[in-house]
Design a protein around this ligand. Structure first.
Ligand code: CA
Length: 273
């Protein structure tokens, strides 16, 4: 039984103590501690229960963020802590516990990266609770770099007419999340699986549209359209007189020049008599 106790910020000051059976005082130099059997601790609060931490995670569009998945949006982590005896500290770390900050408002994670989030609460009795989450944000870094080459090895520019086959390839890069898939479609057909750098050769005449698309693991997408114009047929030239077949002092001829794909280059037209 403890009597005449008053409490202040430095603890409990006790005027007189009648020690129950099994209680003892341990003295070591200037320090002394009192050990009581558990059945005689009336008046002393015992808290053996660690704090409870609740965590909510949402993406910027209001959807629930699932732990350890890639997001292409900002993730907000809201935490609350509860303990019967009271909380003495509530801190969080974004680097797996290397550095800590007090938790006093929701944690907003916007920069690309993989965060090892740890929240740690301690109650007044010294019990500790930690919870861990992994938050992965990837909202940038997608890049598609096409390479276009003519059959003779010279570079080809999207949209130009050529009389040679064209080989196209693309190099796709993503930010921190990595590539989920790359596809291409030719002339509006079904998307085909594509591996970085694979050459695709177009040799048929006509105006082709080749579209490469990359998706990263966070759901970001990027595409790149390439127009390939191939004309391997020469123009046709027809002409004939349009006068009569009688002798005449002068004659005229009608000339028709035709090309069914790339069209004629007017500056290339020449004639001689
Ligand atoms: Ca507690």
């Amino acid at each position: 039984m403890i009597e005449e106790g008053i409490s202040d910020s430095s603890g409990i000051e006790v005027g007189a103590i009648i020690l129950p059976e099994l209680a003892c005082i341990l003295a070591n130099g200037m320090d002394a501690s009192l050990q009581l059997p558990v059945s005689d601790t009336s008046g002393i609060m015992i808290d053996g229960i660690s704090p409870t931490i609740d965590i909510g995670m949402k993406t910027a569009d209001g959807q629930t963020y699932v732990d350890d998945t890639w997001s292409n949006q900002e993730v907000t982590v809201t935490a609350s802590v509860y303990d019967d005896s009271g909380i003495s500290s509530f801190v969080y770390s974004l680097d797996g516990g290397v550095t800590w900050s007090p938790y006093d408002s929701p944690i907003k994670l916007k920069e690309d990266g993989s965060y090892s989030l740890v929240l740690k609460a301690m109650d007044i009795a010294g019990n500790e609770t930690t919870v861990q989450r992994t938050v992965k944000v990837s909202s940038s870094g997608l890049k598609l770099t096409p390479t276009l080459e003519l059959a003779d090895g010279s570079p080809y520019t999207s949209g130009d007419w050529t009389n040679l086959s064209v080989t196209a390839s693309v190099n796709a890069k993503t930010g921190v999340s990595g590539i989920d898939q790359i596809t291409y479609t030719l002339n509006g057909g079904a998307p085909q699986a594509y591996q970085n750098g694979d050459p695709i050769t177009i040799s048929a005449e006509g105006e082709h549209m080749l579209v490469f698309a990359v998706t990263d693991k966070a759901g970001n997408t990027l595409d790149s359209s390439i127009a390939i114009h191939i004309d391997k047929s020469e123009p046709t030239v027809t002409f004939g007189t349009n006068g009569t077949e009688r002798g005449s002092a002068s004659a005229r001829t009608a000339v028709n020049v035709f090309d069914d794909a790339s069209g004629l280059d007017p500056t290339s037209l020449r004639y001689s008599w």
